[in-house]
Write a protein of this length. Structure first.
Length: 152
């Protein structure tokens, strides 16, 4: 299966949250292809730092999780989708159709661009994964297959 995960889903691999076990299983299954948008790395790092500031995890746990994230990126656990002019333009359009935050629109735009390429190549469509109800609803309205790890 092919997946594109936003930061709210990826963070679950590195910090315990509802849906963490499901996300770990999905990412670590060698039959799955998992894509993230390049900016997701920064978003997950920021989410980890926020968890330290709010007392949810220790500074040591944060550093270990950040090190694992960067190592996972380096070893190719994720395919990295670059943010190009097409994705930015599409994201701008999405902000006008849905109540999305900026980077949420970028994640969704990247998923839609990748999904279109897969469908045009007569390959199975991807599934978009986010732990954000508003973003999931927007993705569904854009006709993507959607999963929310908070449901697992």
């Amino acid at each position: 299966m092919r997946y594109l995960l936003d930061a709210s889903a990826v963070i679950k691999r590195y910090a315990p949250e509802r849906g963490s076990r499901w996300i770990k299983g999905l990412i670590e299954n060698p039959e799955n292809s998992v894509t993230i948008v390049q900016i997701c790395i920064v978003e997950v790092a920021a989410a980890l730092a926020r968890k330290v500031r709010t007392g949810q995890i220790s500074r040591d746990s944060c550093q270990q999780a950040l090190t694992r994230l960067l190592a996972d990126v380096d070893k190719g656990d994720y395919e990295i989708a670059k943010i190009d002019d097409e994705v930015v333009s599409f994201a701008v359009d999405l902000t006008q159709r849905h109540p999305l935050r900026g980077y949420d629109a970028v994640h969704l735009a990247a998923a839609l661009v990748l999904n279109r390429a897969l469908v045009e190549a007569e390959l199975p469509p991807l599934t978009f994964i986010a732990a954000d109800d508003v973003l999931c609803k927007a993705a569904e309205k854009e006709k993507l297959l959607v999963e929310n790890p908070n449901q697992y």
